[in-house]
Structures are given as C-alpha cells and as structure tokens.
Design a protein around this ligand. Structure first.
Ligand code: BGC
Length: 731
C-alpha cells in the first residue's frame, strides 16, 4: 500500500472534473464488444473515458491487461481502473443459485465457493464483485429471491459474512481474492407486492432487528463496498437517504468503505419524484454518501457546477475520491495495476477439476428432500428409469446472474450424469409454454404422449420440472408461484401410469407444490444447481451422498399466503387448530400453516430427538460477564434410528414470551450439522448467550429484557419440543 499521503497528494493534483470522472463507473463493453471504444469516446466524452474510475462488467485477462495499460497511459494521473462485475455464485464454475447455497446451511462451503469464484474472477482481471446480496426476503413472488439466502436474519448473517471472507481472503488485496460489495441497502426484499423496484415501508423495529443484521455481519467481516437499493424506504430512495447512508450505515453500523450506487439509480431519483433533475439527483446522492455512480453520469455532468454554487462542498467530493483511491491502494493497484489478471492462469483455474468438484458438492448439499415414501429414493441400478421433463436433459441449470460470466454449455445434464443407469428419456413438454412459440417444435400434447409411453415401460419415473431461469431474476416477479400449466399436465399424465414418481424441481424461489407433492412418491427441490448440477443431483438420487439441505424459506400452500415466514409476530388470535378457524388468524378454506416450514428437509435415514434439557432454568444476568458468554446451555440427545448414515441439521429457536415490543413466535439462533451412523447417538449442545436474547427497541437501542424465554430444539421451524427459562436483570 502506498498510504494516505500518496492518496492525498494525488487528490491535490486532480481537477474537479477528473474527480467527478473518478467517481463514475462506465459500462465496460462497447455495444460491439470492441476494446478501443471503452477508452476512446464510447460515452462520446474522451475525457470521461480516460479518467473514469471503474468499469462495469468488463473482464477476461487479455482484455483487462490491454485496457488497463491503455487507461493508465491516457489517464491524467495514471490512475488504474477498477474492474467490477457481478460474480454472484461463481465466475466460470457456477455454483447453485444463492438461494440454493442458503439451503446448504453450510457457511464454510459458501466461503469456499466464494473463494473459488474470487480466484477464477481475479485471474480474469476482476477486482470487485457485487456480492453478497444480504437482502432479507419474505415474498417469494419477488424475482430476486433467487439471489438471497432467504428469510432468516441469523442464517443470512452467517452466509453474508461467509461470502465476504471467501471473496476477500484474510486481507484485502491478497492474491487471487477480490473485494466484496454487499447489496442492496436496504429493504429491497420488502418491495410492495413483491414487484421489483417498488416502494418499501419499513419501521425501525423491523429494520434494526430483521433487515440490518446481515449487512452488519458483512461489514464486520470486512466488506469493502456497499450498494444502496433501488427502492424508497418510507418515501425516500435509499440512494439519496442521508438517514440510511450516513446516520445508520456510516454512523450506527460503522461502515468505512466505499458506497457505489446501483445501476443508473442516481438519475432514477428523478423518476422516483425525489429530485427535480439530474443535477439535483447528483447533489442528493453525494450528500447522502454515495461515492461512485454506476453507469449514468450525473456526477460527471454536474459536480463542477454544484461545487461552484456551494450545493456540494469540495470536501464531500474529496472524501468520495479518497475512499475510491484508498480501495485501489488496498487492492495494490498503484503498485501492480494488473493484479492477478493472467491468461495462462485463466486456463489453469477456470472450470478446473477441483472447482468443479466443489460445485458438485455444493449442488448436492443444496438439494432439499421434501418427501420420500415407498422407498422411492435412492434409485437402484436394477431399475428401469423413465427420465422425463424439460430439465431432464437440459443445460439450463444456471440462473441469470450465473450467466453473466458462466455458460450453459459447461453444464452437466442430469441425463448424462445418470449414464450408468438404465434410463429412457422423454422431454415431456416445453419448459415454458408462453415463450419461444416456434412453429417447428412439437406441441406439448405430443411430447406428453411420448412421455407417457416412456413412463409406462419403466419401473420408476424421474420427472424433472421447474421454472424457466428467466422467471426468477431482476424484474422477474410472478403473480403465481406455481409450475407452468403444461408441466402440471405432464405430471398428471405420467402419474396415471401408476408408476412410482420421483419429482425434481429446478427453481429460483419457494413454490406452491401441493399437487406435485401429493402426486409424487418423492420430491426434491434442486434450485438452479449450477455447472455441476447434473452430477450433484445424481449423487443424491443414487445415494452416493445423502440429502442434507434445508429450506432457507417457507414454502406456502397458496400464492395468496405470501408473504409467509416462520419468524412472524404472534397475533392476538392465533390459529391453534391447523385448519381454518373462524375469528382466528389465517385464510378461509386453507390450513394457515405452510406446506413446508423454514428449516425443513428430510434425509435417507431417521433421527429421534430426546426432550430438550437446559443447564439452568433461572438465570441472573449480573452473574455473567459479557454478551457472548453462555448464560446457559440447551441440549438434546440425537439418535440415528434408521438404517444408514445421515446428516441432521439440528436447529435452536428462541422465543421471548413477553417484551416491551411483541417478539417473534420464534427465531433461529443456532444450528449444527451432525453426521451419525445407524444406531449412533450424540448430545447436541447450544450455548445461549445474552446476545441471542437482545433486541433493538427504537428510541432505546439494544436491550435485553428480563422474563421468560423458550428454547426449542428440533428439525425445523415448527418443531414442538421446548424448555422454558427465566432471566432476571437486563439492560
Ligand atoms: C442490480 C445489481 C447489480 C448491478 C450491476 C443492477 O441492475 O440491481 O444487483 O449488481 O445491476 O450489474
């Protein structure tokens, strides 16, 4: 690192327009993909091109080496560019969608996957990734749910921190690592009606207790950058909110890093009705704390005049430039502007066997087994399998964000992964009956008829259904979170053969699967499983690996139940019957609960839990020293009562029975993945600390209130075994 003085001297030499360019991120690509255009006049402003601070989505070692060399020549102060891109769940080796990674409940696997992604991206010249997305999501209609790790603040926090550690390594600038940008601050997952870019109403109770923790975890893990969300919160766009970005983020949360706007979000302030014009938008965002403007150029076009009129001070501009240059310095770019970019290492690392092996393991660990009756799984070599469905022989195993840098052609299909088994394949129907209507292709009815014939000849049907990857993406919100109708028709048709049916779902969100579950002997949720998807799924189907994934979000019975999440507040009239109950919380004609709760997932064996036991039932806070010290422990004895080895994810939930503010019916506070052989038992113990019992009271701050608490331990969020303890003292 060259340090503060070097950067201060550099800033001292820069003109205001050069500073404004440094604060601007340009699209990296010319429309025709040419290199020279980036540096000479793509924006019809050579000065901006030559002095821009960063490029979006421009990578590949050869191109980066050339672009960086030319840029340093052209830049007035020879300042290197930052190359930033969306490395969301892999770079070339694509891991399961982030929601699938959340379903692994395995932060160290997530960290490893992020380290692999960082290494592959770094050798292609990438310096910064726009990941992790730490948004809490409760509305499965929202298309970007696929990019989140789900509905739980604790699980999201562990995952966000793991992503940051994996990308950044032990120290920012470390070889084969990249800087991480946590997004979208804040409340993006709470957009009204699940409609992308919509408004958000968010009170401080929910903001501090539910939405901020995962961002805090990323910041505490050392995350270098942060991106404000597109949406408004309580009427103010995040991009221009002084309260959110200055008071809360830079104040309460002590974020010292660089803030980059989302794509064109600054000029969108005009469309939001928050800014009169682009100049006003630039002033509001810079004043709120944005350092880099992504893609649009309101900073570049307006900062000179805004400083002249005193609407913005030179210190504010210098503060932003200092943060950007410090990031470049921490990455070591002033000493070596090419960092890890290396065409030879690209060949060595991209999709190398070690990376593929990790992606395969992640694809398998992400799978969640929701049903397994009549010994449907694992499959046997002796069985004749009808492999049916639009995903059975498809390479569409990567979501939109994985396709930013990854390729479908690198994916392993399930059909090829099951080569050693006796399979007969039939497509069954098209993936999405509304799109790509092509006269040449066979109508669904014919494909279904072929599939029925294939199914009738088999011992067992493996039916691979799901959403088109475009259905869960940015601006990919849905009004019905069901499978397309043609796929449901295929399901009904093959079921009529009476053969056992194992259904696999590829999905980017929780889905309504009532009919699918009722018609299938076994049901597995696979998410978009990534490059090694076929192999990972085959590992589970064949029993080479046991399923161990758990739902990171609640699966509803009907779209109308959304948002549905396990850690809701109690109501004055809870439904205690599990059926429709007049004058109780819920909907007419439907069981008020989910189809599958948060945390749910089966294994190929069975586990039994002893009753919960506590080390103490009466605790006095003053007998204990710090918020991280265990006040008591809660434990169970877990036994594998089945016939094969398996991994159980034992979950601890706490409930504060009464507080100044009503507290959630339960909250995940710990989990452990335990591997047991048949007949084996072990004691699983969770420490319970003051920190786990604290919560934020608006106007007061972090508080711990005396009273009664319940500790639940079990296999998912609806587990029923608990013990109570009483706490004296508080703060
Ligand atoms: C998305 C961000 C993403 C950015 C750059 C935006 O549309 O909201 O999440 O990082 O584009 O690709």
């Amino acid at each position: 690192m060259l340090g503060k003085k070097y950067i201060a001297d550099l800033i001292g030499q820069m003109t205001l327009l050069e500073k404004a360019a440094e604060m601007t991120q340009l699209w990296g690509e010319n429309p025709d993909g040419t290199l020279m255009g980036i540096l000479r006049g793509f924006h019809e402003k050579e000065h901006l091109s030559a002095n821009a601070g960063s490029l979006l989505g421009f990578n590949g070692a050869e191109r980066v080496l050339e672009a960086q060399r030319l840029h340093i020549e052209e830049n007035a102060h020879h300042i290197p560019l930052l190359f930033m891109t969306d490395v969301i769940h892999g770079y070339k080796t694509i891991f399961p969608s982030v929601l699938g990674l959340g379903a692994t409940w395995n932060p160290s696997l997530i960290e490893e996957s992020a380290a692999v992604a960082a290494a592959e991206a770094a050798v292609s010249g990438v310096h910064v990734t726009f990941s992790p997305m730490a948004d809490l999501v409760r509305d499965a209609r929202w298309g970007r749910v696929v990019e989140s790790t789900g509905e739980d603040p604790y699980l999201n926090s562990l995952c966000a921190a793991a992503f940051v550690r994996g990308y950044q390594g032990d120290e920012i600038g470390a070889p084969l690592h990249i800087a991480s940008c946590v997004k979208h601050f804040i409340g993006y997952g709470a957009v009204e009606g699940g409609r992308d870019y919509d408004s958000v109403q968010l009170g401080d109770y929910s903001l501090y207790n539910e939405y901020l923790p995962a961002f805090q975890a990323a910041i505490d893990a050392g995350c270098e950058l942060l991106m404000p969300a597109f949406n408004t919160v309580n009427g103010i766009p995040c991009t221009s909110s002084r309260r959110l970005l200055r008071t809360i983020l830079k104040g309460d949360m002590d974020f010292q890093g660089t803030v980059i706007s989302d794509c064109t979000a600054i000029c969108e302030l005009v469309a939001h009705g928050s800014a009169e014009d682009n100049a006003h938008a630039a002033a509001l965002s810079l004043d709120a704390g944005v350092d880099i403007e992504m893609v649009s150029s309101t900073f570049y076009e307006n900062l000179e005049r805004l400083v002249e009129t005193g609407e913005i001070s030179m210190q504010q501009v210098d503060g932003a430039v200092e943060r950007i240059l410090t990031l470049k310095d921490k990455l070591g770019l002033f000493e070596n502007p090419f960092k890890d970019a290396d065409p030879e290492r690209e060949k060595e690392l991209h999709l190398c066997p070690g990376h593929r092996a990790l992606a395969r393991r992640a694809a398998a660990e992400a799978l969640v087994l929701l049903k397994n009756e009549n010994c449907a799984l694992p499959i046997k070599k002796s069985e004749r399998l009808a492999l049916i469905g639009p995903f059975a022989d498809s390479r569409k195993l990567i979501d939109i964000w994985g396709l930013v840098n990854g390729k479908e052609t690198d994916c392993v299909t399930l059909r090829s992964a099951l080569e050693d088994y006796k399979t007969d394949y039939a497509q069954g129907c098209h993936l999405w009956n509304l799109r790509d209507m092509d006269e040449e292709r066979l109508p669904d009815d014919e494909l279904i008829a072929q599939a029925v014939e294939t199914a009738a000849r088999s011992d067992k049907i493996i039916l691979v259904l799901g959403e088109h990857p475009d259905m869960s993406s940015e601006a990919g919100s849905r009004t019905e979170i069901t499978l397309p109708e043609n796929q449901l028709k295929l399901l009904q048709s093959v079921c009529r053969t009476g053969k056992p049916v194992v259904t696999l779902i590829m999905n980017g969100r929780p889905m309504v699967l009532n009919e699918v579950a009722a018609s299938s002997d076994a049901l597995l949720v696979c998410w978009f499983p990534g490059t090694e998807g076929g192999n990972g799924i085959a590992d589970i189907l064949t029993g080479r690996c046991g399923p161990s994934g758990r739902l990171p979000m609640t699966f509803p019975r009907a779209t109308g139940q959304v948002p549905i999440y396990y850690n809701h507040l109690p109501t004055g009239r809870p439904n205690t019957t599990g059926r429709y109950q007049p004058f109780a919380n819920g909907y007419i004609g439907i069981d008020p609960g989910p189809l599958y709760p948060f945390g749910y997932g089966l294994t190929y064996t069975d586990f039994s839990y002893s009753p919960v036991s506590l080390s103490a039932a009466e605790i006095t806070l003053s007998d204990h020293s710090g918020p991280d010290e265990a006040l008591l422990t809660a434990s169970v004895t877990l036994t594998n009562t089945g016939a094969i080895s398996g991994t159980e994810t034992v979950q601890l939930y706490l409930q504060d029975m009464a507080g100044t503010l009503s507290r959630p019916v339960r909250m995940l506070k710990g989990f452990q993945k335990i591997v047991l052989e048949p007949g084996e038992s072990c004691t699983v113990t969770f420490p319970i600390t003051a920190k786990m019992l604290e919560y934020y009271i608006p106007g007061k701050g972090l508080s711990l209130e005396a009273g009664t608490f319940r500790a639940y331990i079990g296999a998912h969020a609806q587990c029923s075994a608990y013990q109570e303890f009483h706490l004296k003292g508080g703060y």
